[in-house]
Design a protein around this ligand. Sequence first.
Ligand code: TYD
Length: 206
Amino acid sequence: MKGKFIVLEGPDGSGKTTQITRLKEYLERNGRECLITREPGGTRIGEAIRHIILNPDYTEMSDVTEMLLYAASRAQLIHDVIGPAIEEGKVVISDRFVDSSIVYQGIARGLGIETVSRINAPGIGIYQPDLIFFIDIPEEEGLARKKKQKKLDRLEQESIDFHHMVSEGYRKVLCDRPEVIRIDGCLSVEEIHQEIRKYIEEEADE
Ligand code: TYD
């Protein structure tokens, strides 16, 4: 049996990580074997790449280098973790996937949706998400939450205009796609969890 590939997307501070933990607990209580992955990172090579990409000291990093590093981290994650887990019938829940690159590098950095899709295609191969939950939150709210939690990384330190392009980019790229479910990120943690469960249960009934 093939597994399922579920992705959570959204701007910084949208609460994806909290929701992923809740979703994994719920699925495991219902007898599904789950695996959580994060981007950039999730493999030995990917974590080394994460350290380079998010390090605020690398102010000289070009936009193209940034795009290639995210794509490289993702290719290794699919090769080592996502592909094998899906083939074994597990549910993979990923904190971000290629739509993050499309939005952050393709739209906010201006490299273009086409370019980013083409660069990522060989690494992704056949592994497309079955469901994408887009947690939509105003950028000011998301960044305010992040600032309370930790020191901001290189991407989070970008201007408010950059984050505005990210939020708008998500709305543009993820609208009207059958596998995408938009959830209002201003709802409570419990309300968002219940929304996600509702769609997972509907999928299981089909
Ligand atoms: P993330 O791990 O979600 O941040 P945190 O662990 O701090 O919540 O993502 C790190 C940053 O990388 C985030 O600002 C979004 C950015 N990003 C891209 O620009 N492109 C990508 O392809 C991915 C996966 C993330």
